[in-house]
Structure formats: C-alpha cells, structure tokens
Design a protein around this ligand. Structure first.
Ligand code: DLL
Length: 429
C-alpha cells in the first residue's frame, strides 16, 4: 500500500528528472544561504548554476559529522531561526538540526509512507515506544502516525510492564520502537504468561539501531506479528529516509526527497553497482537543514530493480555496520571518544579503559572498565567508590544512558597487539 501513490509509484525517468530539478534548487539555496557550502563550492570552483546532470553529483564536496560539529549549533541552517519551528539534536548535543513548518509536513508524509508500507492504516492503534525527546524517533513517528489518522499512543520508552498493560488494555495493533526494545517487550509478555490471543498486535515497525534477520524472526515468532525495518538519521531528517514494505526485501529509499550514493569509505569513490560501501545522502527538499553528500558512515548496498510490491524506487539492504567506531546503545549513539573525553575531564589524563557492551534480557548494558592506579589498589574502599561514582554520574549524563563503571587492575583489561581493546561488543544481533 502507498501513502502518496503518485510519488511513490513514479517511474524512474520521471523521478530522475524531478531529482535533477530539486538538486539544482537545493544547491542554489545552500550556496546563497549557508556560508559553509558557499566557501566549499568556491574552493572547488563549483557553480551551482552549471549543474546539468545527476552524474555531476560526484564533483560536489562531502559533508561530515565533524562539519556539523564545527558549525554548532546553527551554522548550517539555511533559513533564519524565525522560520524554524522544531529543533532536534544528538544526545551528545554536537549536532543540532532544524525544521521549518514545511519540513515538518514533508517529514510527517515520509513517516506516513513508512507506516503505510509496513501495514499501518487509519484503523490501527499505534503504540510509539521511542523516547519523545531531542532525538527524532518519538516525535518523528508520532507525527507520521497522526498524519495517517491512526490512533496514536505516545507512551514513550521504558516501564515495560506498563507497555504490556497498555498494549493489552488499549488493544494496540502496531508497535513502533527499536528492535531490541520490541524483544524486551516480547520477553516480558512471555514472562507474564500472557497468551498472544490476549493481544491485538499485528505489525511491528522497528528501526533506529542495527538488527538482523534472525532477530526479526525471533520478534515475529514471539509476538505473532509482521516486523519491518525502517532507517533514518537525524542529520538527514530522522526516521522516514527508507523503509521496508511487507515484502521484507530491502528498504525503499524515498528517492524523491533523498539522493543516495554508495562510496568506498577509504577512497571516497563510488563503489561498483550493487557493492557494499558507505551510504551518502543529499537531501533534495529540506528547507531548514539541507545536507549535501552527507557521509552517514552506515554500510549498506543498493538494490536496483522493481520490488514485488510494485515500487520502482531503489532499495537499500539492511544496514551491515559502520565505517567509524560509533556504537548504538539502547538506541542512543555513543562514540568511544565521548567516554575518553569524560575520563580526561575528570582525571586529567585518560587512564586505560575498556567499554564492554552486553545484551541482558534484550536490553543493552554498557560497562566502562577503568584501570586503577597502582597506589589505588591499596586505597580505602570509600575513595574508590567515590571515584567510580563520579565517573558513572558524569558518563551517564554525557552519554544520555545509564553506564556501569568498574575499577579494575590494568592487566585484566583485554589486549590485542599490546594495546587495550577499546570496545568489546558481546551483543548478539
Ligand atoms: O535513529 C532516527 C530513527 C529513529 C530511525 C527511529 C528509525 C527509527 P539518529 O539517532 O541520528 O537517528 O541515529 C542514526 O542510527 O546512522 C544508523 O547508524 C542507525 N540506524 C537508524 N536506523 C537503523 C536501522 C535515528 N533501521 C543512526 N538499521 C544511523 C540499522 C539504523 N541502523
């Protein structure tokens, strides 16, 4: 099923013409309104008016997360703040993104497409178990579900027992959250001894973090639903960039709004068609926060060809990893450098540390092992506790998730090639 049949059902030739026109317009806009892009284009001798074919795209400069950080908070906005009606940000608050009224309309429609493709209609009761916060999951999916006219339950994340009670009492038919949280909810239902017959749930729309086909099967079996994958990122818009239809065979990219390329993260050159590499996205219609060739750091491959659902839009395979060291813990993006920065701030120099991530009953659990100094081994327990607590509090607040901290002997930290392994990720996806 389509939300916007005329747009989602466009044939490729018509689509490419539209993309070119939109690209010309967005290039002209960023050149005029965003000094960062004007400077970059000028340096490379790029004249946005000279842009004639979509193939010229590869001549344009990339935009990176670092560029966003360097222009914190509003440096890359292409409209004055008075036209911005919504602001979202990453948990670390290094990237800030804005939306005009039109952008919110576009975003709601794109998320409505995601939900419709995943089986949701206005007759559904949609439980949104993403956090309603600075990150884009909660509000993004909420607006899309309202746009469809579904009955939306903005329960937000956490309190799993209450999630289950609401699911049962309010007769939820579609669950919207991260895949790991869906599994957590499924396990809780099982622990409570509830029969699936007591629930009305039919569809699950999951995204915001990596998962696998095995995890999909497990969730589908445990909840008795059809589960689809959807992908997005705040720098580009949030959820609504790409999503599976009920064929569950690749995520349809909303190509009338986003131009996708796959590059080799080392050479930065396009990969051969169908090869895996890093996804790069150019926004075609965003007003407040357009991005040109944004390096997502997400690894995937493109799947051309018409889907059995009839859509001709290009699909991308499930995300296969990252080309940087970003971790997603309970749906929150975490960089090891943030941990290091906190340790440096508290301790002067960062002591050897190791991040260990586990999945305990479907919930991510992050522990930072910090090397105790020689003298500390003999210190009073009270002092050690104070140090651990200070690190734990500061880390939890900086990262936006609960973190365990343990002081350990330096030699007990796992090493490889003479250096401490920074991250040990034991999660089974
Ligand atoms: O996670 C937006 C979102 C929310 C998408 C809810 C879908 C559903 P950020 O917090 O900026 O935005 O994190 C974006 O999360 O670059 C990927 O690494 C990862 N990610 C998002 N969706 C998927 C997915 C939101 N379906 C980062 N599969 C992205 C794998 C995903 N990874």
């Amino acid at each position: 099923m389509y939300w916007e049949p005329d747009k989602e059902g466009m044939d490729r030739e018509e689509l490419q013409q539209l993309q070119l026109e939109q690209l010309q317009a967005v290039l002209a806009r960023v050149y005029l309104h965003v000094p960062f892009y004007r400077r970059k284009f000028d340096e490379l001798g790029i004249d946005p008016d000279e842009f004639r074919t979509l193939d010229d795209l590869t001549a344009l400069p990339f935009t990176t997360k670092e560029d966003l950080r360097d222009n914190y908070p509003y440096g890359l906005f292409a409209v004055p703040l008075r036209e911005v009606v919504r602001i979202h940000a990453s948990t670390a608050m290094t990237t800030v993104v804005g939306y005009t009224r039109n952008d919110i309309k576009t975003w709601s429609n794109l998320v409505a497409r995601v939900l419709t493709a995943g089986g949701v209609t206005k007759d559904d009761v949609v439980q949104i178990s993403y956090g309603y916060s600075l990150s884009t999951g909660g509000f993004g999916l909420h607006y899309g579900a309202e746009r469809i006219g579904a009955s939306v339950i903005p329960i937000s994340t956490g309190n799993t027992l209450r999630q289950v009670k609401i699911m049962q009492d309010f007769k939820t038919t579609a669950l919207v959250c991260t895949p790991s949280y869906a599994l957590r909810i499924a396990d809780t239902i099982h622990d409570l001894g509830l029969s699936l017959a007591a629930l009305s749930i039919k569809y699950g729309l999951f995204g915001g973090e990596p998962w696998s086909e095995e995890m999909r099967q497990e969730i589908q079996n445990k909840l008795g639903i059809i589960a689809t994958d959807n992908y997005g990122l705040s720098e580009v818009i949030g959820p609504g960039v790409a999503s599976e239809c009920l064929e569950q065979n690749g995520l349809h990219i909303n190509e009338d709004h986003f131009l996708a390329e796959i590059i080799d993260p080392q050479t930065l050159k396009p990969v051969k068609p169908g090869e895996t590499g890093e996804l790069v996205i150019t926004t075609l219609t965003k007003e407040a926060f357009p991005v040109i060739r944004f390096r997502t750091r997400d690894l995937t491959r493109l799947m051309p060809g018409t889907c059995a659902c009839g859509r001709e839009t290009i699909r991308m395979a499930r995300i296969q990893g990252r080309s940087d060291d970003m971790l997603i813990i309970r749906g929150v993006n975490v960089f090891p450098s943030q941990v290091e920065a906190v340790l440096r701030e508290l301790e002067g120099a960062a002591p050897p540390y190791q991040i260990v991530i586990d999945r305990v009953r479907a919930l991510d659990d992050m522990t930072v092992l910090v090397a105790a100094s020689e003298s500390e081994a003999f210190d009073e327990i009270k002092k050690q506790h104070e140090r651990m607590k200070a690190i734990k509090d500061r880390l939890s607040s900086a990262l936006g998730i609960a973190v365990n901290v343990k002081l350990v002997e330096n030699k007990s930290l796992e090493q490889s090639g003479g250096t401490v392994t920074k991250v040990i990720d034991r999660r089974k996806m």
